[in-house]
Design a protein around this ligand. Structure first.
Ligand SMILES: Cc1cc2nc3c(=O)[nH]c(=O)nc-3n(C[C@H](O)[C@H](O)[C@H](O)COP(=O)(O)OP(=O)(O)OC[C@H]3O[C@@H](n4cnc5c(N)ncnc54)[C@H](O)[C@@H]3O)c2cc1C
Length: 475
C-alpha cells in the first residue's frame, strides 16, 4: 500500500480485516496526508479538511473490523453562517424551516425546490457513482437511459440555478458546493448540484478532537489489525514487468507484493510507474490557500463554520482561471473551538481561513514562496476590511498554499482533474488498463474527493484486491 491518507488507511483496514498482511509506506513522518494537524501554544488546528459529511461511511469502516468508531461525532445544529457582500447574514441549520424562515418567500420556495432536486440527484446517482466500484460502460449506458435527463445534461450549474429562479445571493450560495469537488462553479455541469444534499440534507458533523482524531483512530485500528505503517519512507518506484505490478521500491528496500494499492494523486502514481499520464496535461481541479490564525479574542460574527462571500463571484473564478490568487476572495472560516473549547486557550479562538486558489503549486519555485507570503498577509487585510478580525488580535499565524499542497496533489490541486464536463465528473477508474495487480485509491480517482469518498475509494480498492487474491469477503 502506498500512501497513508484517508484512502490508504481505509484500504489497509479493510484488507487487514479480511486477513491480508499489509504494509503501508508513507512519505511523510506522520499519517493523514491532506488531513494534517498543527498545534501552537494551546491552539489546535486541522490544516486540511474540516467539514465532515456522510458519517455512515466511517461508521461502516470500523464496523467492518468488528469495532465502533471511537471518536464522538457531534451533529452541528447550525451548519454554516453565510455573509454576503450586501451585508446580509444568513444561518443555515439542519432544520430546513429555520433556514428558510430567514428568506423571502420567493427564495424560500426556490431553496426547497433546489434542495429537492439535489436530494433526487444524490439518490439516483449515489448507488452507481459512490457506493459501487467504477461503473462499467454498460452500467453507464443503463444509468444514462434511465436517469440521464434528470442530471440536466444540457445545463451547467448556473443555468440550473437560474431555471429554478434563485436570486443572485441564493445562486452564489448553491454555486459554492461545486468547489467541494474542485470545480469552478461557473463551468460546473448541473449534476454537481447533488453535492449540496450531503451537507444541507444529511448534515455536518464535528469529530471531537478534530479531523486528526479520525486519522489517529483509523491509524490505530489499522495497527491493531496488524498493518505495518512505515512513515518517512517515500516510494520511488512502482515495480512492474510484463503488464503485472509486483512490488514497490524505496531508498531503503524493495517490497515484493501480490497486489499493490496506490492511494496517491493519480498523476503521481503514473510518475512512479514511469508511464506517461495524459491526465497530467488536463486542467487540474482547484487548489486552496489556508491561513491559520491563533486569535487572542473571540468573534461573535462567525460560527463553527462560516463563509464570507466575495462581492464578485465570477471575477474570483476568472482570476483563478488566469492562474492568479483572487484579490477579493470568498473566505471559508472554520473555528472548531466554538464547539470544542479545548482547541484554544481560554478566551482565544483557532481560525482556519481558506480561499480557493489556482493549482499552479511548485515547491521548487522560490518566486511562489514570496507570492504566498504576500497573499497570506493580503487575506488578513481582507478579513480586517470585512470586519471579521483585527491584526492586533492575531497571536500567531501560519499558511499553506498550493506550493505546500503540491506534496499531495499534482500542482497542489486537491481533487484531481477539473470536473467541468458531465463525463469528467465520472472520476478515473481504480485500475490502469494493461497493468494487473495494481489498484488505485484516493480523492483523485473513483468515486472522488473529500474524506468520505476517499474512504469509500479505499474500500473499493480493497474489495478489488481481495477478488484478485481470491479471498472471499463481505465487501
Ligand atoms: C485545505 C483542504 C481542505 C479540505 N476540506 C475538506 C473538507 O472540509 N471536507 C472534506 O471531506 N474534504 C476536504 N478536503 C479534501 C480531503 O482532504 C481529501 O479529499 C482527502 O483527505 C484525500 O485523501 P487521500 O487519502 O485520497 O489523499 P491524501 O490525503 O493526499 O493522502 C495521500 C498520501 O500519500 C502520501 N504520498 C504521496 N506520495 C508518496 C510517495 N511517493 N510515497 C509514499 N507516500 C506518498 C502523502 O504524503 C499522503 O499522506 C480538503 C483538502 C484540503 C487540502
Amino acid at each position: 500500500m502506498v500512501g497513508a491518507g484517508f484512502a490508504g488507511l481505509s484500504a489497509a483496514v479493510h484488507l487487514a480485516a479480511a486477513g491480508v498482511e499489509v504494509t503501508v509506506l508513507e512519505q511523510q513522518e506522520h499519517i493523514g496526508g491532506k488531513a494534517g494537524n498543527y498545534c501552537w501554544q494551546g491552539y489546535r488546528f486541522d490544516t486540511g479538511p474540516s467539514v465532515l459529511t456522510l458519517p455512515d461511511i466511517l461508521h461502516k469502516t470500523f464496523a467492518s473490523a468488528g469495532q465502533r468508531l471511537p471518536v464522538k461525532l457531534v451533529p452541528l445544529e447550525q451548519i454554516c453562517r453565510y455573509s454576503f457582500a450586501s451585508g446580509r447574514v444568513w444561518d443555515v441549520y439542519r432544520d430546513v424551516d429555520k433556514t428558510i424562515a430567514q428568506l423571502s418567500s420567493h427564495d424560500a420556495r426556490a431553496y426547497q425546490e433546489l434542495l429537492a432536486v439535489a436530494e433526487h440527484m444524490h439518490k439516483i446517482s449515489a448507488p452507481t457513482f459512490l457506493y459501487d466500484e467504477s461503473p462499467s460502460l454498460g452500467k453507464l449506458l443503463r444509468f444514462g437511459l434511465r436517469y440521464g435527463w434528470k442530471a440536466f445534461p444540457h445545463k451547467n450549474l448556473p443555468q440550473l440555478l437560474d431555471h429554478f429562479g434563485a436570486s443572485p445571493e441564493l445562486k452564489q450560495f448553491f454555486l459554492r458546493f461545486a468547489t467541494y469537488f474542485g470545480a469552478d462553479p461557473f463551468r460546473a455541469p448541473a449534476i454537481l448540484h447533488n453535492i449540496s444534499w450531503a451537507e444541507l440534507g444529511m448534515g455536518v458533523y464535528y469529530p471531537i478532537g478534530g479531523i486528526s482524531a479520525l486519522v489517529r483512530a483509523l491509524g490505530d485500528l489499522a495497527r491493531e489489525l496488524g498493518v505495518e505503517i512505515r512513515t518517512s519512507e517515500p516510494v520511488t518506484q512502482i515495480v512492474h514487468r510484463d503488464g503485472r505490478v509486483d512490488g514497490v521500491s524505496t531508498d531503503r528496500a524493495i517490497y515484493r507484493s501480490d497486489v499493490v494499492i496506490s492511494a496517491l494523486d493519480i498523476v503521481t502514481t503514473y510518475q512512479l510507474l514511469g508511464v506517461p499520464c495524459r491526465l497530467a496535461s488536463r486542467e487540474p481541479s482547484l487548489s486552496g490557500f489556508v491561513l491559520l490564525l491563533a486569535l487572542r479574542g473571540g468573534a461573535e460574527m462567525v460560527g463553527h463554520h462560516s463563509v464570507s462571500f466575495s462581492p464578485e463571484y465570477e471575477t474570483e473564478f476568472r482570476e483563478i482561471r488566469q492562474g492568479r490568487f483572487p484579490r477579493d476572495p470568498t473566505l471559508y472560516i472554520n473555528v472548531s473551538s466554538k464547539t470544542d473549547l479545548s482547541d484554544a486557550p481560554q478566551g482565544g479562538e483557532n481560525w482556519f481561513v481558506m480561499a480557493n486558489a489556482p493549482a499552479r503549486g511548485d515547491s521548487s519555485d522560490t518566486q511562489q514562496a514570496g507570492d504566498e507570503e504576500a497573499y497570506a498577509d493580503h487575506l488578513l487585510t481582507v478579513l480586517e476590511r470585512r470586519g471579521f478580525t483585527e491584526r492586533k488580535a492575531v497571536a500567531h499565524r501560519k499558511y499553506l498554499g498550493p506550493r505546500s499542497l503540491s506534496r499531495y496533489g499534482h500542482r497542489g490541486s486537491i481533487y484531481g482533474i477539473a470536473p467541468h464536463t458531465l463525463i469528467s465528473t465520472i472520476r478515473p477508474s481504480q485500475t490502469i488498463k494493461g497493468l494487473e495487480c495494481l489498484f488505485l485509491a484516493g480523492g483523485t480517482v473513483h468515486p472522488g474527493g473529500g474524506m468520505p469518498l476517499a474512504v469509500l475509494s479505499g474500500r473499493h480498492a480493497a474489495a478489488m484486491s481481495l477478488r484478485k487474491l481470491r479471498i472471499s469477503s463481505p465487501l
